[in-house]
Design a protein around this ligand. Structure first.
Ligand SMILES: NC(=O)C1=CN([C@@H]2O[C@H](COP(=O)(O)OP(=O)(O)OC[C@H]3O[C@@H](n4cnc5c(N)ncnc54)[C@H](OP(=O)(O)O)[C@@H]3O)[C@@H](O)[C@H]2O)C=CC1
Ligand SMILES: CC(C)(CO)C(=O)C(=O)O
Length: 315
């Protein structure tokens, strides 16, 4: 088999998403370095176990670290912990990204790339939206339930569209070799608003209504509420001059109907009394839309409810 690209990868946050994609890259032959937290001892000794609808596999030996200072500078640094930990970015990023490397933010939400650009410069940042259903079910044990596509885009100050670049294609080739479905997007802000069409209704309502995605879709009233929230997200995108087509909303509804009954990542965090990604998934989009003069009343109410529940639940 051709040798893998000589690009090195750092996974910051080896959980449901980072553990899955990092393991697939290593399995395909890439040079991957995993930063862990409470799972470090276990993974350093036992490696990673991946259950996947695309085929289970184990990686008995992985390059595991509990300290980013011990990691080599890498070509691609994937930010894959929850955005509730992003206050750590100024400490974690500088030493692990090569001078000519790039930080690839695979987190959900809006506004993270701006924070990363302030740390590493705006020329070394990309964003990625992952349509993946994956859970970390134990130390170093990832369960990939459904989907898996990643959509990449370049970042620029003001989120101006940067088109498709050579480095996007190079990294996409690595993911493609790892068997990960890839899409390249010319416009990161549009891609992030598109992902919020899914995240805002389902992550939010799954917590507020204590419901899985199939339950929300199976009730006529909550299904109507999901659609109304999706249209509000589209209105938020439009306030930023990004147009989300009606067909995209229909596709998101259809994907969810076909999705295995799923507890969203925010619902899992709520049930496990972890802080919720409310500010990046709800607060930042609301603030950006409001700056542009758009009022999003249903999303605002969902945000207020989530802030109440988050404060009561995890502190
Ligand atoms: N899960 C999914 O299917 C999807 C998730 N996303 C997004 O991806 C991002 C990551 O989510 P997900 O993978 O589910 O989250 P997880 O909680 O499963 O994984 C995050 C990992 O980061 C680790 N971590 C936390 N703090 C540190 C630290 N200081 N240093 C190193 N590692 C650390 C955690 O370790 P520990 O547990 O020991 O604290 C955990 O293993 C989120 O923005 C989420 O919204 C997007 C699409 C799908
Ligand atoms: C849309 C979905 C379910 C998969 O990408 C997700 O983003 C999440 O669980 O947070």
């Amino acid at each position: 088999m051709e040798s893998f690209s000589d690009r090195t990868y750092a996974i910051l946050g080896t959980g449901a998403l980072g553990g899955f994609y990092g393991s697939r890259l290593q399995k395909a032959g890439a040079d991957v370095h995993f930063l862990l937290h409470s799972d470090y001892e276990h993974v350093n000794k036992h490696g990673l176990v991946i259950e996947s609808k695309d085929g289970d596999f184990t990686l008995p030996d992985v390059r595991a670290y509990d300290d980013v200072q011990k990691m080599p500078p890498c070509d691609v640094v994937i930010v894959a912990f929850k955005t509730t930990h992003n206050h750590l970015l100024p400490k974690l990023l500088p030493s692990v990204v090569k001078d000519d490397g790039v930080v690839l933010v695979l987190q959900n939400g809006l506004g993270v790339e701006d924070e990363v650009a302030e740390i590493v410069g705006d020329k070394r940042v990309m964003g990625g939206l992952c349509f993946l259903c994956s859970n970390k079910v134990g130390p170093g044990h990832i369960r990939h339930l459904d989907y898996g596509e990643v959509k990449f885009a370049e970042y620029a100050i003001g989120y101006n569209s940067q088109g498709i670049t050579t480095r996007m294609c190079q990294i996409a080739a690595d993911f493609d070799r790892a068997g990960i479905p890839i899409k390249l997007a010319a416009d990161l802000l549009l891609a992030r608003w598109q992902k919020l069409v899914w995240n805002i209704p389902y992550n939010g309502l799954s917590v507020v209504l204590d419901a899985r995605t199939d339950e929300l879709m199976g009730n006529t009233h909550t299904r109507a509420l999901v659609e109304e929230l999706m249209w509000e997200v589209a209105a938020g995108a439009k306030s930023c001059d990004r147009i989300i087509a009606d067909s995209f909303i229909e596709m998101m509804l259809d994907w969810t109907v076909k999705m295995k009954p799923y507890r969203t990542s925010m619902k899992i965090d709520y049930d496990e009394k972890r802080p919720l990604e409310v500010e990046t998934m709800f607060g930042n989009p609301l603030r950006l839309a409001q700056q542009k003069g758009a009022n999003l009343p249903k999303i605002t109410m969902l945000y207020q409810q989530l802030k109440f529940l988050d404060a009561r639940n995890s502190h």
